[in-house]
Design a protein around this ligand. Sequence first.
Ligand code: ADP
Ligand code: MG
Length: 263
Amino acid sequence: SPQVGGGPRASGGTLTATSAARPLVVLEHVDKHFGDLHVLKDVDLTIHAGEVVVLLGPSGAGKSTLCHTVNGLTPIDSGSITIDGRPLPTTDRGLADLRADLGMVFQSFNLFADMTVLENVMYGPVKVRRRPRAEAEEQARHRLARVGMLDHADAMPAQLSGGQQQRVAIARALAMDPKIMLFDEPTSALDPEMISEVLDAMTDLAESGMTMLVVTHEMGFARRAADRIVFMVDGAIVEDTDPETFFTNPRSERAKEFLGKIL
Ligand code: ADP
Ligand code: MG
């Protein structure tokens, strides 16, 4: 079985079958309050390289807050977070570097409205990674093709449907070659007929081996794409298990209740 923590490391740090389970995101005893509200309660969570973790839970459980702590948008009160073995940076520069390594796709469409689709996807590689424009453009076209949006490279975001905008947002995040992709309810604001095109793009990404943390209410996707389901209620992780177990035989009453409402 994979050696995770404590086990002897492969000699010289070379990648071996065992290091497939390399921990990329590690939260230990993370606590967060907003005023009197205890939003994250002693959260322990490890996401390994290549793993797809789907975070489920009722509204207000703290799912978005958890995502925002991972990319440094929300500072924690206590506990620790490490990304690829390094503590979360504290300087502005360090945080900017961290965010460049974490692709984030939110519920609301967050494309630059005054740039074409292609320019949106090229922006990070050119401005942050300092890649030559020609190289960035070629790469951007590949990313757009991957999410089925190459035909719209010259469109402005406002000309696109919500589903198309989210697919461009995914391409834009991928253009930075992120170590991890975070998705916070990426289909919640979409009309029903557009949800599947975005979930399909996310499923492709999951199958490509991308490390992903996904907050969603799409149970079909969760069951199909997740390696693990993490279920949160009131700021605490209540279950952390494989999808089959979670959906067919959840341990906690809270999970049974949640599934009863949502399925
Ligand atoms: P979820 O994403 O699971 O719906 P959130 O992480 O958004 O939950 O919110 C968890 C709790 O923290 C909620 O009660 C929410 O109202 C509260 N909350 C979130 N962000 C803030 C904030 N910036 N200031 C105060 N309270 C907040
Ligand atoms: Mg949320």
